[in-house]
Design a protein around this ligand. Sequence first.
Ligand code: SF4
Length: 666
Amino acid sequence: MSIGVRMSVKVVCPYCGFGCNLLVDTITKKVRPYRGEPNRGKLCPKGLFALEHVYSKDRLRYPLKREGSDFKRISWERAISEIAEKIREIIENYGPSSIAFIASSKITNEENYLLQKIARLLGTNNIDNCARLCHESSVHALKLTLGAGIQTNPYSDLEKFKALMIWGYNPAETHPVVMQYIMNAKKNGAKIIVVDVRETTTMKFGDYKVIIRPGTDITLANAIMNVIIENRWYNKDFIEKRTVGFSEIRMGVKKYTPEYAEKITGVPARLIKEIAEAFAKAGSGAILWGMGVTQQIAGVENVLALINIALLLGYFGEKGGLYPMRGQNNVQGAAYMGTLSEFLPGYVPLSDSEFRKKVAKLWGVEDLPTERGLYLTEYWDAILNGDLKVLYIVGENPAISDANVLKVRKALTKLELLVVQDIFLTRTARYAHYVLPAAAFCEKEGSYMNSERRIQWSHKACEPLGESKPDWEILTMLANALGLRGFNYKRVEEITEEYFKLFPELENRSVEELKNSEGIVIPSPRLYTDRFLTPGGRARFISVEQIMPWEEPNGEYPLILTTVRLITHYNTGEMTMRSPSLTKMIGEPFVLISREDAQEYGIKEGDYVVVETRRGNLTLKAKISNIQRGVIAIPFHFEANVLTNDALNKAGTPELKFSAARIRKV
Ligand code: SF4
């Protein structure tokens, strides 16, 4: 590893979407927290030890080409020219819809922007990113009702609101630094309501602890609305002036009395009334949610139900906000840059001919493809059916991260060309024909967008390892080898300037301004202060009914399996599991089981058990916990997706949070 080029460099954390800044000392290889926004001098363990994986002996140092069951070193020139030749050949023989790309939620905006530009210039919208697996349900619901699929307010607003409803989301482990905002809100007198399927770390800080039966979120949300409407605690003025569809909601939630909801959700009717009253009477409030809400067959409808609560109370602008808390550090940026198969940059629909022409003009072509591309969760069947022949993956690891991974792994073996750009030989890269070594987060520069839509510049702290290159340089080489025009970038800032041209809020801003600031928030930090982004400017209530999970427990598979996250590990673990300080804290996978179920199955703490679903089985250590009876949970970071359900909801997100399962002692 080369010695650092500067002593202390401001770099965006490579892990969660909260978007902390790290001050990297490249001589001592230590990290300190940045004192400004958004992390205000705080970091969680992942951020603190974020350099450890960069110095791992497992880092890829040069391009690799598959030869039989092994990989051989190959030059950059040969790798890129062979990949480009194969892509051209496949397009010629089968058309552009036979190729697909997976963008990355942990590479920069510039790199995501380039990847979708390549895909679209090759004639396909088969470009997607892992937002499909997490918050696409939120995007669809928010866009339908409010006009934009994004978080509505800045983190700092959380401290001002008088009630926070935290639903299917465990920030104490997934976005630990957001907890300082939540704790400040509590100190300022806010009531904290936590809804989850188990007693999470976050729940310990809650004023109201609401344990819900998995998959019954709509019933609980509708019951909360039923109480608010029955007691006339709703915001009549806001509803009349700024919404449509209230009568539909009034009728829709009528049958969801607290007593009826208790039978479905397991939440006592008394508690439902209490939380409805606490949230409604607070006068201002936010709803924060995570994948416990979105990764269900009813993911879109769950989010619609939460939005309905906020609309009833007029909790928008200064009075409140909606916070779909994003997973990875640039999942918001990846989506904004256009790496979703149904949207152009800025979530603009493919059917918007005016914007499409604007993008095409910028890229020097007549028009762009208009047909929706495949969702990445649809790629696997398309490969197995023979429709997809080429998959180009940048910094994602679907062989671990996607639902029902045994099927995904089978599909990966059927491709005519699989290229993986990454920093390690990941589980997915092991199936590749070519593996291209990418620079790590601190070895390159570029911009990232966090959950509150703050675009931040991440500076370069050290040189790329071996022959590895920043992803934007690799993609520029590829585009030129493919014969695409408009890829003459010599500096990453040229790409930043190009994407700035697509967004009215950025048109007159400069890259220097971005570099020297604490970030630029687009479209604006606080949305919907006076109008929504729907065509008429009003928000739309959409009434939803309870939707039952795809795969309900039965005699054969009597338990419900869900997945959880740990503070010390991140997503598929390729980075955190190469960090000695983090693996020391939690190194081995386990399954959480209730005391009652453990007794029934004769399982003791630390016993090895086999957990089985219709898709596969895993042997894990049992941990007896305060999870509700009938539910077991496995941390997502290990091999949990061998077991999970790949049934897709309307947004293309699998029901990762609910599978029928059984358990037995080894
Ligand atoms: Fe990084 Fe998120 Fe931890 Fe902050 S909270 S240090 S962004 S992982």
